[in-house]
Design a binder for this molecule. Sequence first.
Ligand code: PDD
Length: 286
Amino acid sequence: MRPLGFVDGKIIDLSENVVPMEDRGHQFGDGIYEVTKVYNGRCFALKRHMDRAYRSLRELRIPIVYTYEELEEMHNLLIKESGITEGGIYLQITRGVAPRAHGFPEHVVPRLTMSIRPASSNANLLENGVKGLLIADERWLRCDIKSLNLLGNILGKQRAQEAGCYEAIQIRNDVITEGTSSNFFIIKDGILWTHPVSNLILKGITRSIIIEEIAPALDLTILEKTFTPDFAKKADEAFVSGTTSEIMPILSLDGIRIGNGDVGPITRRLQQAYNEIIDKECGRKQ
Ligand code: PDD
């Protein structure tokens, strides 16, 4: 079992130097990415992730040159060659390699690179919950695109880590948007609240699975409506959702306890349902 890269159609060692100096991803952050989780040696929700990658490419006017079947094959090849059964696959597509100039270059082909790594277990955090830090959302206005430009996100995450928190929850105009690498939900009086889909958040795959598959199955009411940080602090339960975070209970915001400060019963039911969906799709046995 070893981490691997995939560049120009070839499997490589991750330590190899392969990024051309004038790749626009390297110079401008001119590209998109996806992170897909591998459970039991199979990609989870790959179709949803690749559909979102296609959307991000269209929004950035980067030509689409790979079919879904090809992308699926590359993911499976990385799993097979690495021997990794529990891990994460990173996929990045940049506009291509060209002399540095802001406008789109002509006659370039988008450049795809990928990597696979084993996942470190976050079972302990999922079981016991984590702390959240509230920060100002300083990102650009197209957070719906999964672009390589993540400066606002990384600065926010770093602040959270320095404050001993798992995630920074971002606020724009007194409204909670999302985490730096996750979507944010609260539960108040039995209703799940989360920011509506707009240019201000990434439409998370985990978020979509909660809204489209889990909530109806558990007969839970979802409200995609904005809410303030003050409202969130008075919630009964809170959690963030994401490919890496899964359904991660948030027990406090800025040190203020949410509910009774324990992982709440609805969050637990959501976690269980999410695990069952993974078990079924990836043939995993608990
Ligand atoms: N996070 N919002 C932002 C800003 C993100 O970066 C992510 C993904 C999400 C959740 O999306 P999804 O459920 O599709 O992972 C929301 C990284 C890639 C992660 O969780 O690994």
